[in-house]
Design a protein around this ligand. Sequence first.
Ligand SMILES: [Zn+2]
Length: 337
Amino acid sequence: MITARGFDVDYGRGQLAGRLDNIGPWVALTQPEPWERLGPTLPAAPEQIIWAGDLRPAHLDSLIADLPAEAALVGIGGGSAMDTAKWLHHRTGRTLVQVPSLPSVDACFTRMTALRDAGGVRYEGDSVPEVVIVDFDLIWSAPRALVSGGIGDVLSCHTGLFDWALGAAAGRDAPWDEEAAARGREYLDDLEVLAPLLAAGEDQGIEMLMECHRDIGWLCHELGHARFEEGSEHFWAYAFEHVTGRTIMHGELVTLGVLVMSILQGNDPDRPRRIADAAGARTDLDELGVAWSEVEAALVRLPSFVEEQRLWYSVANGLEVGPEQLGAARRALRVLD
Ligand SMILES: [Zn+2]
């Protein structure tokens, strides 16, 4: 198991209640669903609840004037809650505590805020929380499929590392860094171990997965890029969102991307399939409410999409998408003819 570097983290049960004793007035930056689960268990009500969702910088900045004086910022929920809290911390310097509600949430371990601006995503700011609280009760109270879906952004190292090697060999983008690549391979080894623990509802599965996210956040900051964990599987996911105009849970979408792209890379596709199944992650298109035609449209669009968006070099560049490749993708996702 890796020894993670990165932000301070507190694993346990009900820890936020204790923290609130000495935090003073506080504001919750949250979403209805996790708040319903955690809010009633807390001894002190927040001065204010801010519902996260709108990540346009103009909106976030408009919240600052109404913040109660001296109140600490406590993000509780998914990525948008973490990002809202991070941005307000960046702008005001208030105390920041992050409480992720799912183990897919790496936004609590990254320093920049993913702002939505001019129809795209822009990363800005630099926020380090006082502590990240991982409350096992809060996480296990979420639907189990969403918990298992948390593997996606670690599983992506499988295809991301392959694409990084391709890009480095082609003299494109970030040069190869063997130490970072070795780290990426260790995360995947950890995933093999933690996947069945996650499926069995063991706290250790959550802790190991969050430790991977924590170290990934640290490594991204150290390297200044995320090539070891972001490649054609993410690009396919972005293409999916582009052609369908919708999305599904990020970790689940990225997991589909890893299954499809690893087979097209000729890169041991059995391994991510084995891990996803062991973790109990949903990969069945019907179960995910995804049509094969959407997967296919995203794949057909992918080669031109990566050029237009100037995404990092990967197997998607110049990829021929014909009957053979589509057949392979169908096999990877177990789509019956
Ligand atoms: Zn991701």
